[in-house]
Design a protein around this ligand. Structure first.
Ligand SMILES: Nc1ncnc2c1ncn2[C@@H]1O[C@H](COP(=O)(O)OP(=O)(O)OP(=O)(O)O)[C@@H](O)[C@H]1O
Length: 531
């Protein structure tokens, strides 16, 4: 090489012995004959260095040693040893990851957990993992133990890690399978401690009854914490200015929260955690709720908000709408989507006419009235009529519908929970989410208006692994709509008359036909049907 290359090493002291080979390459050449050889050597060297440096760039940090302020890359020999080491490490990493993925797949199969999405977190093996993996405080674990929750349910095993890792989540799991805890537990862990910094978490429920129940469940799980957990009540909405209102958790129906945001300047910009419970009900097309949900989600402007949807039925259109509001969401389905729980024995009874229903009801009560029993009808008028009929019999019966005051509705639910009421006659106002321990039987006195309504109604029974029963009366006018219910029954492992599965499948929106009146004793009707 003709030019002087000593500047390359000026200011550095090299151990000539150690680097003799390298020095030999850069030494002055006597004649040009070797120039070509020398150039080619230099090119080879450069090529080698180029390969080494690109490989190194691919690694997290090039291994180097500093000599007097200069970083000197190791020579190619130690670099290739390094590469070998790095390759071995990364293949070990890869093997470990694959082993973990395999274990997760086996575990999810065991609990019928189906997931989709990027990098889905490992499911929980047990509740103690909440503290070992996520640093959960002992207080929360103690509360779970006090509530008698020994093992996480399948939906909790998967939805909790997803939400704790800050991912948006769609969760569809059977009725009575613990979805409430699946979103409350990670919410409390994410909130960590009380704060006066605005409204931090919001849970939206389709009915006031469910909102009241959710706040009760929340407070049980937050025992010992000082979280401000508030219900959006009529009184709260009546306050003039809510712009400075703050709490850790706010539970509301969409209508009330939208009112508070639009009319009373309630600020949702710091909400970090938003849960849409019974989400398919909230997103029901042509319902006012879907517009209310839209304005609430828009008001939650926190870019790092965690949005989750929970329900036992999650139609595809709900996912499509929600995906426009979610980012990189994880989908968690337990069992088969939109199917009834397998813990409820289901029966269809043909009663011919409306009159036949009352006879069939009296007969089933005479044979085996096994309270508590829930009876669903398609309207409040019909609920009142049946209440009039049954309240004369010596059965402790009550009724709940939207014509009652808030207090009357709460009393009806509390009395039924407490066992004071044996038979509760209801409209669909309590068909979803309501958790009554040990309802032995649900009677669909009027045919449900959709397969989803059927799944949610009968899901008031057979909860938390308990067994239950569901009886569905149907008349001539219900037969065209029978196929969907028969499918839901068959999908949850129930015996269904084969002819029912051959009926034409109808894409029905709502089935609430006009029906003959129930009341047979007109003179009693006026006295006892004040409810
Ligand atoms: N890990 C658990 N172990 C035992 N019981 C549990 C567990 N988690 C929840 N439960 C109980 O299971 C019952 C049903 O829970 P929850 O109401 O959350 O069900 P859900 O899936 O929300 O039902 P729905 O779809 O009807 O709303 C409740 O009584 C609750 O206390």
């Amino acid at each position: 090489m003709s030019e002087d290359t000593s500047f390359l090493f000026s200011g550095l002291h090299f151990d000539r012995k150690k680097f003799a080979k390298d020095f030999s390459r850069f030494k002055e050449k006597e004649n040009s004959d070797d120039l070509i050889e020398n150039l080619s050597l230099v090119e080879v060297e450069k090529e080698e260095e180029k390969k080494v440096s690109t490989k190194k760039r691919k690694r997290n940090a090039a291994v180097s040693e500093t000599v007097e302020g200069f970083t000197v890359f190791k020579n190619s020999k130690s670099a290739s040893v390094e590469n070998e080491q790095a390759k071995k490490e990364s293949s070990q990493e890869k093997k470990k990851l694959n082993r973990q993925l395999e274990q997760d797949a086996i575990f999810r199969k065991k609990y019928n957990i189906h997931v989709s999405g990027n990098n889905v977190p490992c499911p929980l093996q047990n509740f103690t993992e909440l503290s070992s993996r996520y640093g959960c405080r002992s207080k929360l674990l103690r509360n779970l133990a006090e509530l008698g929750f020994k093992e996480p349910t399948p939906i909790q095993r998967q939805a909790i890690p997803v939400l704790l890792s800050g991912r948006d989540c769609f969760a569809c799991a059977p009725t009575g399978s613990g979805k409430t805890l699946a979103f409350v537990c990670p919410m409390l862990m994410k909130l960590k401690h009380p704060s006066r910094d605005g409204i931090r978490a919001v849970i939206l429920c389709p009915t006031r009854e469910l909102a009241c129940q959710s706040i009760r469940e929340c407070k049980k799980m937050a025992k010992g914490y000082k979280f401000r957990i508030k219900l959006m009540t009529k009184e709260l909405v009546r306050q003039n200015d809510l712009s400075n209102f703050f709490c850790d958790v706010l539970i509301s129906t969409p209508l009330r929260l939208r009112l508070a945001v639009r009319k009373k300047k309630m600020d949702l910009s710091r909400v970090e955690y938003l849960v849409l419970d019974e989400s398919d009900k909230l997103f029901e097309l042509e319902s006012l709720m879907i517009k209310q949900i839209d304005s609430i989600v828009k008001a939650c402007t926190n870019p790092s908000i965690i949005l989750s949807l929970f329900s036992a039925t999650l139609p595809d259109y709900v996912e499509e709408i929600a995906r426009t509001k979610m980012h990189d969401a994880v989908r968690v389905i337990i069992g088969r989507k939109n199917t009834a729980t397998e813990t409820v024995k289901q029966k269809l009874i043909f009663t011919g006419s409306e009159e036949g229903k009352l006879i069939a009801l009296r007969q089933s009560f005479a044979e085996s009235l096994n309270p508590p029993v829930l009876i669903f009808l398609q309207s409040k008028e019909r609920a009142k009529e049946l209440y009039a009929e049954l309240s004369v019999a010596n059965i402790r019966v009550d009724v709940i519908h939207s014509d009652l005051s808030q207090m009357q509705r709460e009393n009806a639910v509390d009395d039924f929970r407490a066992g004071k009421t044996w038979v509760l006659i209801a409209t669909d106002v309590i068909a979803r989410g309501m958790d009554f321990k040990g309802v032995n039987c649900v009677i669909n006195y009027d045919f449900p208006d959709s397969a989803a309504a059927y799944i949610h109604r009968i899901g008031r029974s057979g909860r938390a692994g308990r067994r239950g029963e569901a009886i569905t009366f149907y008349t001539e006018q219900d037969i065209p709509f029978l196929r969907n219910i028969a499918n839901a029954m068959a999908a949850s492992g129930c015996e269904v008359p084969s002819w029912a599965l051959t009926l034409p499948k109808l894409r029905w929106k709502e089935h609430r036909p006009r029906r003959d009146s129930i009341s047979t004793n007109q003179e009693n009707y006026g006295e006892t049907s004040q409810r």
